[in-house]
Design a protein around this ligand. Structure first.
Ligand code: IMP
Length: 191
């Protein structure tokens, strides 16, 4: 089954493509002639995931999936959440985002947090949403070089290592994205 992966984030492409193989033949938006930036103007992960998948589906008619994810930090009332990519400004700069997060957490004892993913699957004009969560904690300094985004600062529950100190295979066994994808694959398998 051909499936359009509606993202240009190389970190997401690597993780999602690994999770989807070999059930799907995965292609990107550019390969179906969608070359513009995908809109992401919603106030929630759910709205953004559906918006991105619908945008591409409306233009190519193929089954489409889009992921919207965020880091929710308890001591910050769930921030940066849906604003994770732009937390420190428009530039989507992971280093600046992590520095801002560490500053915001100075003096807070509670470092608990979770990553949350919503995957929208749009087929024949209908959207379905799949959710995944991984709980963990924010480290006191970045560790590791793998992954993307906030990975160097996030250690999942029961693990000493940050996501950025794990292989993609290990992260893909426990991550928020992997869990949302497992729910989508189960749906596709059983329908
Ligand atoms: P979006 O889903 O493209 O809106 O981006 C969400 C932002 O959340 C990303 O740019 C990252 O900063 C962060 N993020 C989402 N998933 C992950 C992850 O698996 N690891 C680290 N950071 C992530």
């Amino acid at each position: 089954m051909k499936l359009v992966l509606c993202t240009r984030n190389p970190g997401k492409v690597a993780e999602l493509a690994a999770l989807l193989h070999p059930t799907f033949h995965v292609i990107g938006p550019d390969e179906v002639g969608v070359v513009e930036e995908l809109p992401e103007t919603g106030d929630t992960l759910e709205a953004n995931a559906e918006q991105k998948a619908r945008w591409v589906h409306d233009r190519c008619g193929l089954p489409c999936i889009a992921d919207d994810s965020g880091l929710e930090v308890d001591a910050l009332g769930g921030a940066p959440g849906v604003h994770s990519a732009h937390y420190a400004g428009e530039a989507r700069d992971p280093g600046a985002n992590m520095r801002k997060l560490l500053r915001a957490l100075e003096g807070h004892g509670d470092r608990t947090a979770r990553f949350r993913t919503v995957i929208a699957f749009v087929e024949d004009g209908r959207a379905q949403l799949f959710h995944g969560v991984v709980k963990g904690r924010i480290l006191s300094a970045p560790r590791g070089t793998a992954g993307f985004g906030y990975d160097p600062l996030f250690a999942p529950e029961g693990e000493e290592r940050s996501f950025a100190e794990m292989t993609t295979e290990k992260k893909n066994r426990i991550s928020h994205r992997a869990r949302a994808m497992a729910a989508l694959l189960e749906h596709v398998r059983t329908r």
